[in-house]
Design a protein around this ligand. Structure first.
Ligand code: NI
Length: 144
């Protein structure tokens, strides 16, 4: 059977600040520049969630995209939209909200919550030019 990838795109607006509390203020300013600005800044984020699988013979769907939209809305967009990602979102507590860390956190919000297909990619555009994507890959340390 063919494997097909389907994607749902959505948007949310949120504020954040890149700041590592384990490092000095000087290190944070030098590393993150304007993104370390103490009074936050906002992004119009674009989020794309891709699911893979065999189309169901009865529906022709890998997953009902309306259903996927509902799950992404409920588990990611509703808690994040018009929020401060550093302060307001329970599941991001302790997470430095770079796009890289956000896609991993969003993946974990969706994994195990899809009624059909397999989660394939979570892609987050912070701007039109900058995006991060996660395919669920983990680097496992070798046990010696
Ligand atoms: Ni930013």
């Amino acid at each position: 059977m063919p494997i097909v990838h389907v994607t749902r795109r959505t948007h949310f607006n949120a504020a954040h600040r890149l700041h590592n509390p384990d490092k000095s203020d000087e290190w944070n300013r030098a590393t993150f520049g304007k993104c370390n600005s103490p009074n936050w800044h906002g992004h119009n984020y674009r989020l794309e969630v891709t699911v893979r699988g065999e189309p169901d013979p009865d529906t022709g769907y890998v997953i009902d995209l309306g259903e996927l939209a509902r799950i992404v809305e409920e588990r990611i967009v509703t808690p994040c939209d018009h929020s401060n990602l550093n302060l307001d979102v329970d599941f991001l507590e302790g997470v430095l909200p770079s796009s890289e860390n956000l896609v991993v956190a969003f993946w974990n919000r969706l994994q195990g919550h899809l009624p059909a297909g397999e989660l394939h990619c979570v892609k987050l555009y912070e701007t039109d030019r900058n995006a991060a994507e996660y395919f669920g890959d983990q680097v496992h340390e070798t046990v010696r």
